[in-house]
Design a protein around this ligand. Structure first.
Ligand SMILES: [Zn+2]
Length: 179
């Protein structure tokens, strides 16, 4: 479901037109504290209503130094993962045939796209390779959590200091185009 944020003073007809839903109820009774909660409420109604929510102007916030550092670390970790994965591809091995440890097929590498056995779907690489890649993925996920926490702290700080605008806006579900 797609959504559009519209000013509180928008015309009712304008909101309905933007939405594209034929039966749209503008719900006034609840002011949702966040976009996430507003989206959830609209989804629960199957997109038949628009609701008011507290819109936080996040684009007014520049990433902090800490956030910039975490972003750099994520980028480097992704590069390491990609490099490791490319260097440990079965297509880098000198042998022309690979044997699947699962179904025991002997397969010419030229018939293999990617790293999976075309017969049974098993990963043809030594188990330590996908395991190492999973370790990279975990580290990346952890860094992303760190980033989100830093973002959350920044947001709380900025809200407490009144550094960013919070405005009541309409969240409007937009009907998908049917061709
Ligand atoms: Zn196989």
């Amino acid at each position: 479901m797609e959504f559009k944020v519209m000013p509180l003073k928008s015309d009712v007809s304008e909101i309905i037109e933007t939405s594209g839903y034929e039966m749209l109820v503008l719900k006034n009774e609840t002011l949702f504290p966040s976009r996430e909660e507003a989206e959830a409420a609209i989804k629960e109604q199957g997109g038949s209503c628009a609701v008011r929510f507290k819109h936080v102007a996040l684009d007014q916030l520049e990433p902090t130094v800490t956030m910039g550092q975490i972003t750099d670390r994520i980028r480097r970790m992704r590069e390491q993962r990609d490099k490791f994965e490319a260097e440990h591809s079965i297509h880098e091995l000198s042998a022309k045939l690979v044997t699947c440890t699962n179904c025991e097929s002997k397969i010419a590498k030229s018939y293999v796209e990617g790293e999976m056995c075309p017969v049974c779907g098993n990963d043809l690489r030594s188990p330590y390779i996908p395991a190492q890649i999973a370790t990279y993925e975990e580290k990346i996920a952890e860094l992303q959590r760190e980033y989100n926490d830093a973002r959350e702290r920044q947001l709380k700080r900025a809200l407490a200091k009144g550094e960013i605008d919070v405005r009541v806006m309409w969240l409007v579900p937009v009907h998908e185009q049917r061709d």
